[in-house]
Structures are given as structure tokens and as C-alpha cells.
Ligand binder design. Structure first.
Ligand SMILES: C[S@@+](CC[C@H](N)C(=O)[O-])C[C@H]1O[C@@H](n2cnc3c(N)ncnc32)[C@H](O)[C@@H]1O
Length: 246
């Protein structure tokens, strides 16, 4: 993990995660994700790195897949364990860069920008090698992550505001270009007080991820711009990439 307390270890952050990320629970977002993961799994067992509150894992298991998960945060996993169907998911508390829960998975996946929670290049590479070590021959590793937004920074600026609403302001602060580190700040503004939730992330380029995959013994199979499999292009803000064990 990074050398900072992950915000997901905070029980209050964990307890409010599903409400804050309600858009990502919307079937319009989630169903294409589940369709793609189920298709790539080809009926084999799957492993979610950073399973969180089970946003993806629970409905995927409900489709009949065998789902395993790893997460570093007991409070996040406790949220999942309180939900129906969680008893059918094998979850392990641990660091996804090192924790091994089994072998022979047909698909491992790491979604919602969470590769960025690992704040060193070595650590991100370790996600690939650890996933690869648990995959079957021909197995796949999928990552969903944003494309770094550096090009939208004006010269000399290091702050990029991505949300500016009456009760919520979110901005990224690019603090360490050498090590590719930024902080994401979320200000939740109530009637009488404001609360800040901040996390540090490492931005990573698609080409850098491809190299990590190669070092781990995998080759790029697909790169789409989103879960609907739109073509990835120069302006795409994010990507869903799939590497396959060679
Ligand atoms: C944004 S949430 C995503 C949760 C879930 N995958 C989803 O899409 O809703 C990020 C999750 O990553 C977990 N996490 C961050 N760093 C981790 C690490 N090094 N190993 C395991 N889990 C980690 C956090 O505890 C948190 O549950």
C-alpha cells in the first residue's frame, strides 16, 4: 500500500461509500460492466482485486459466477458482508500487491481507478505479477482506469477542478510529477459544516500498464474507452483494458 492511510480504512467513509458512488450502482453503468466481466470469465472463477463493498462482485456472483475478492479495508468489506449474497463470496483482507488467495482464475479484475491507489510503480507492477500468479493458462486481467488528465492543466497550474456543485466540490492536486502522484480532494458541504475526504493516487499511462503486463507475462488483448466497448481514442477520458496470459 502507499505510505498514507487509505481513506477506505475510515469506517465513516466505508459506511457512506455506496451512497456517494450511487451513479456507479446504476444499472445503466453496472450492467455493461457485468456483461463484459461475465463474458471474459468464460464461466471460470474470478478474482476481484480491491473488492470494496461488493458493488461489482455481488451482482456478478448473482449471475452464477464463482467470485473471490481481496481488499485491504475491513470496514469496506464489513459493508459487503452485511449484504445478501455475501456469504457466497470468498473474501480475504490483504494487500492486493502481495495477497494470494488461490490459482486457476479465468479472470482477475481491478476496476474504478483503483490501480491508482497503489502509489508506486513497483507496487502497481506487483498488482500485475500477483494477478498473473493466480490466473489459469490463458487467463485474463482487466483494469478500468482514467487516462491521466495532465493535458487539461494550464501551464504552471497544479489544480484541476472536476466537480463544482452546491454541496460538493472535487478537485485533483498534482503534487509530484516525478513520481506521478496526485491528491484527489472531495469537499462535502452541509448546511453548517464541510467535510473533506482526500486520497493520494499514482497516475499511470495506458502504455505503462501494457509494459507492466508484459513484465508479468501478459499481452494486451482489448482496450476500450468504456464498459460499452466504445473504441479507445486519443480523447478518451478512461479505458477498460484486458491483458491475457501468454
Ligand atoms: C474506489 S474503491 C473500489 C471498490 C470496488 N472495487 C468498486 O468498484 O466499488 C477502492 C477499494 O480499494 C481498496 N484498496 C486500496 N488499496 C488497496 C490495496 N493495496 N490492496 C487491497 N485493497 C486496496 C480500498 O480498501 C477500497 O475498498
Amino acid at each position: 500500500m502507499g505510505d498514507y492511510p487509505d481513506q477506505h480504512l475510515d469506517p465513516v467513509v466505508a459506511a457512506t461509500y455506496d451512497d456517494r458512488e450511487a451513479d456507479r450502482f446504476d444499472p445503466a453503468h453496472l450492467d455493461p460492466c457485468l456483461n463484459l466481466l461475465a463474458e471474459l470469465a468464460e464461466d471460470g472463477p474470478v478474482l476481484e482485486l480491491a473488492i470494496g463493498t461488493g458493488r461489482v462482485a455481488l451482482p456478478l456472483q448473482a449471475r452464477g459466477l464463482e467470485v473471490h475478492g481481496i481488499d485491504a479495508s475491513q470496514p469496506m468489506v464489513d459493508q459487503m458482508l452485511a449484504k445478501p449474497g455475501a456469504d457466497r463470496i470468498a473474501v480475504t483482507i490483504g494487500d492486493m500487491t502481495t495477497t494470494v488467495v488461490g490459482s486457476g482464475f479465468s479472470l482477475a479484475y481491478l476496476v474504478f481507478n483503483t490501480i491508482g491507489n497503489v502509489t508506486s510503480q513497483d507496487g502497481q507492477l506487483a498488482c500485475f505479477t500477483n494477478a498473473r500468479a493466480q490466473l489459469a493458462a490463458g487467463g485474463r486481467f482487466l483494469i478500468e482506469v482514467g487516462v491521466p488528465k495532465l493535458a487539461s492543466l494550464a501551464p504552471g497550474e497544479r489544480i484541476r477542478v472536476f466537480a463544482h456543485e452546491e454541496s460538493y466540490v472535487g478537485f485533483d492536486e498534482y503534487t509530484d510529477p516525478v513520481n506521478q502522484l496526485f491528491w484527489s480532494h472531495h469537499w462535502l458541504i452541509g448546511r453548517d459544516e464541510a467535510k473533506r475526504v482526500s486520497g493520494q493516487f499514482r497516475w499511470v499511462w495506458p502504455s505503462e500498464l501494457d509494459l507492466m503486463a508484459r513484465l508479468a507475462g501478459m499481452e494486451l488483448e482489448h482496450r476500450w474507452a468504456d464498459w460499452n466497448r466504445s473504441p479507445f481514442a486519443a480523447e478518451s477520458p478512461a479505458h477498460v483494458s484486458v491483458w491475457r496470459v501468454v
